[in-house]
Design a protein around this ligand. Structure first.
Ligand code: GAL
Length: 375
């Protein structure tokens, strides 16, 4: 399998942690269809940590928790598939998962075969409890081999948190996405921290294996497993725009059965999703070196360009973009017709430079530019 655009879907961890069960997963699958999330592109439903029994069975096979999943995982996968969704699960490269359930270390091929049998389409593979004498890249390679030979197309989502220089070796393992960050929590500070750490990692981001900035916190509003302070709607909008802009997989982490209208508007903005899912899948770049008021630029299929201004500071800002910084010097005779992707407003044609209106703290402005002749 080659993944041409960042995966999209939902993952149980951010809101539910250990509180997962068959009923919740079925209701989530229903909600993903009924709310329009599936139609918007969110097609993977992923169960994170805490789904199994604490012990393997006598044949070394991993066993779903009988209380949480009384009908086993194949039944869950069948239900998820019946809704037109794909089904994802979680394991770990070490002896245990991060919540101390059995990991796949030295059970890689058995587990990959089990997942294939159950109808799994996506495996998130964590990095806790790695034996200290083992090199991480070899463990991801083992699971990469196992998945590639399990007889089913399973998307390999590596979760080594960007440590051990994983950017240098993760593509070798067969991973389709890799966690380039530590864990997200539901707070503005976490959004800023994770975004700033991505700047130097963009050259590793692209078709086949996307930098994963962790699951989205949009719509959590301080409730759930990774809740801290919660964020404002504007902050969630900025977070979503950043993740979309930086080609991160878009894995929703909130309770999709109870989304507010503003949460739905953010998660299902077609124009912002189109930047994330652009078929050229170019890495974005910073048009200047300011990590606090970021100006990201991403060339799009067909010649348009996406421009995102992100005010990560606590004060008003008026950033600007000289077009020379993106390859449009005055000598080209070209200008940009700009559209605001959050409001749909056509801002007009700009030559040489674009200056934003005053941007309030923690807000963003995401534009799509079309090349036109300068008059
Ligand atoms: C962390 C991982 C989280 C979540 C958690 C489960 O290592 O980064 O996304 O999967 O483990 O215990």
């Amino acid at each position: 399998m080659i993944k041409l655009t960042p995966p999209m879907g939902w993952n149980s961890w951010n809101t539910y942690g250990t509180n997962i069960n068959e009923e919740l997963i079925k209701e989530t699958a229903d909600a993903m269809v009924e709310t329009g999330l599936l139609d918007a592109g969110y097609d993977y439903l992923v169960i994170d940590d805490c789904w199994s029994e604490r012990q393997r069975d006598e044949n070394g096979r991993i066993v779903p928790c009988k209380e949480k999943f009384p009908n086993g995982m194949k039944a869950v996968a069948d239900y998820v598939h019946s809704k037109g969704l794909k089904f994802g699960m979680y394991s770990c490269a070490g002896n245990y998962t991060c919540a101390v359930y059995p990991g796949s270390f030295e059970y890689e091929f058995i587990d990959a075969a089990t997942f294939a049998e159950w109808g799994v389409d996506f495996l998130k593979y964590d990095y806790c409890f790695k034996p200290y004498w083992q090199q991480g890249h070899l463990l991801y390679k083992r699971m990469g081999f196992a998945l590639a030979n399990c007889g089913r197309d399973i998307l390999f989502s590596a979760c080594s948190w960007g440590v051990d220089e994983s950017h240098k070796w993760i593509k070798e393992t067969g991973a389709h996405m890799w966690r380039s960050t530590g864990d997200i929590v539901d707070s503005w500070k976490s959004i800023v921290d994770l975004a700033q750490k991505q700047i130097s990692l963009q050259p590793y981001n692209g078709q086949g294996c996307f930098n994963d900035m962790d699951m989205l916190i949009v719509g959590m509003h301080g409730k759930g497993n990774v809740a801290i302070d919660g964020c404002s709607v504007e902050e969630y909008r900025t977070h979503f725009s950043l993740w979309a802009f930086l080609n991160s997989p878009l894995m929703i982490g909130c309770d999709v059965r109870n989304m507010s209208d503003s949460t739905k508007d953010i998660l299902m903005n077609k124009d912002i999703i189109a930047i994330n899912q652009d078929s050229a899948a170019r890495q974005p770049y910073l048009a200047d070196n300011n990590p606090n008021v970021m100006t990201w630029v991403k060339p799009l299929e067909g010649g348009d360009v996406a421009i995102g201004f992100f005010n990560l500071t606590d004060s008003n800002q008026c950033p600007f973009l000289p077009f020379d910084n993106i390859g449009l010097n005055r000598s080209t005779g070209k200008a940009l017709q700009l559209t605001n992707l959050w409001t749909g407003e056509d801002l007009g044609v700009f030559k040489d430079i674009y200056r934003t209106p005053v941007m309030e703290p923690h807000t963003c402005l995401v534009l799509r530019g079309k090349l036109v002749d300068a008059k």
